[in-house]
Write a protein that binds this ligand. Structure first.
Ligand SMILES: O=P(O)(O)OC[C@H]1O[C@H](O[C@H]2O[C@H](CO)[C@@H](O)[C@H](O)[C@H]2O)[C@H](O)[C@@H](O)[C@@H]1O
Length: 405
């Protein structure tokens, strides 16, 4: 099979229906059957498979996708060629900003829209709170970023939704005042709330501080399978220099950022070979990373809905959810907000790319400067703060008029 053929569908396409217009609970995750499997079979995505081979569509285009998936690949190619190419990309970026205006420059507008509403903030980790680096184990966030995230969490309910395992992202962030969702939302530790029966697989647990929490793990039955696949992937890729396989609990990342381009197709073949043995797993694609995950209709968008529901923030008139993220997996969350016509996504990107976000920030350093993250009780009058988290004297700011001081 020609790995360089020009197919446009790089990874398996989810054919499950997308969220309806209400930012409610998707029909695909409505009440689980009271008996039978741990989760409803309608949580499974339907993936069309060709007769000729289980993942042939994917395999045929994987190499192309791996090449084009990282903006830095395109940038480097251009940077090393001519100055004209560079200014072309600058021009393209400026043009792109017309469609996705800078969230910094648009802050007043955003704050006006937020007036009288309670903000709920959702943050991706890699590429959003921490810069992309070669070694995934060293993707640290800056102290400035940590202080900003800690600050904003005092005012608004704030959650981190990452492809990493929940434990790992907590290790990096180290803040107790947030909610954490790992494994692309398949592992959520949220507040204790009286849950609707929509969510089976939701159990009471305690966090690292011993506080009672709700733990939602819709893919829990996949755990042994994911561990097995992780081990197989480590084994099969061990001779590919630079390849790194990361166990993210309910999904596995196969990194090729440090693999020579000539070995990318071999790596892609290896991953596909393993996946052929696991029809209940699928492949998605991040920034120079292939991600193996269960065929479940669950993603970061669903995680946002789940957290809003569990935070008791589903009242559409009063809540303004904001999601900040940088890669394709974050698009699921942008899309949920866009389709529900409430709140918005902010895409973090220094290159132009299509997105369902409304605004943009260039990189994590701009994220750390975002006025929302640096919110103070007097900086954005009119935006209600989370009364549960506020110090007492802040309560009367709820009725202030909008105005940036
Ligand atoms: O949802 P996220 O928090 O953005 O996690 C997505 C993946 O991020 C990490 O990989 C990415 O960042 C690495 C460190 O900067 C970089 O080396 C890698 O090339 C990127 O793909 C993480 O290691 C993955 O497990 C996450 O799935």
């Amino acid at each position: 099979m020609d790995l360089k053929s020009n197919h446009t569908s790089p990874v398996l396409t989810d054919t499950a229906p997308m969220s309806n217009s209400r930012l409610g609970i998707h029909s695909a995750i409505r009440p689980y059957p009271t008996n039978g499997p741990a989760f409803s079979s309608n949580l499974f995505l339907t993936i069309p498979r060709k007769k000729s081979g289980i993942l042939d569509d994917v395999r045929s285009s994987l190499f192309d996708t791996m090449k084009s998936s990282s903006p830095t690949h395109n940038m480097l190619t251009k940077e090393s060629s001519t100055e004209t190419a560079l200014s072309d990309s600058d021009l393209a970026y400026r043009h792109w900003l017309l469609k996705y205006p800078s969230a910094l420059a648009s802050f007043e507008q955003i704050a006006k829209n937020a007036k009288g509403k309670r903000i709920a903030l959702f943050l991706d980790y890699d590429g959003t709170l921490s810069p992309i680096v070669d070694n995934p184990d060293q993707a640290y966030m800056s102290d400035t970023m940590r202080a900003a995230v800690s600050n904003v969490a005092k005012y608004f309910p704030t959650a981190i939704i990452s492809g990493r395992s929940r434990d790992k992202v907590y290790e990096f962030v180290g803040l107790n005042e947030l909610y954490y969702a790992g494994s692309h939302g398949m592992d959520i530790m949220g507040p204790v709330r009286p849950f609707s029966s929509d969510y089976k697989n939701c159990i009471r647990s305690t966090d690292k501080q011993g506080k009672e929490v709700n733990l939602f793990q819709p893919a829990s039955e996949f755990l042994p399978m994911i561990e097995e696949v992780f081990r197989s992937l480590v084994e099969i890729t061990k001779d590919i220099v630079g390849a790194k396989v990361e166990n993210n609990k309910f999904c596995v990342s196969v990194h090729y950022r440090n693999v020579e381009e000539k070995s990318w197709s071999t790596l892609g073949d290896y991953v596909n070979d393993i996946l052929k043995q696991y029809p209940r797993l699928r492949l998605t694609h991040g920034r120079k990373v292939l991600e193996v995950r269960p065929i479940l209709a669950w993603d970061k968008g669903k995680a946002v809905e789940f957290l809003l529901e569990s935070l008791g923030l589903m009242n559409s008139d009063e809540i303004l959810p904001i999601y900040v993220g940088d890669d394709r997996t974050d698009e699921d969350a942008f899309k949920v907000l866009r389709e529900a016509n409430r709140g918005y996504g902010i895409i973090v990107s220094s290159v132009s790319k299509e997105s369902d976000a409304f605004y943009s920030l260039r990189d994590p350093s701009e994220v750390s400067q975002d006025p929302f993250l640096n919110f103070t009780s007097t900086s954005c009058h009119g935006i209600p703060q989370d009364p549960g988290e506020m110090e007492e004297e802040k309560h009367d700011t709820l009725t202030f008029e909008y105005g940036v001081v």
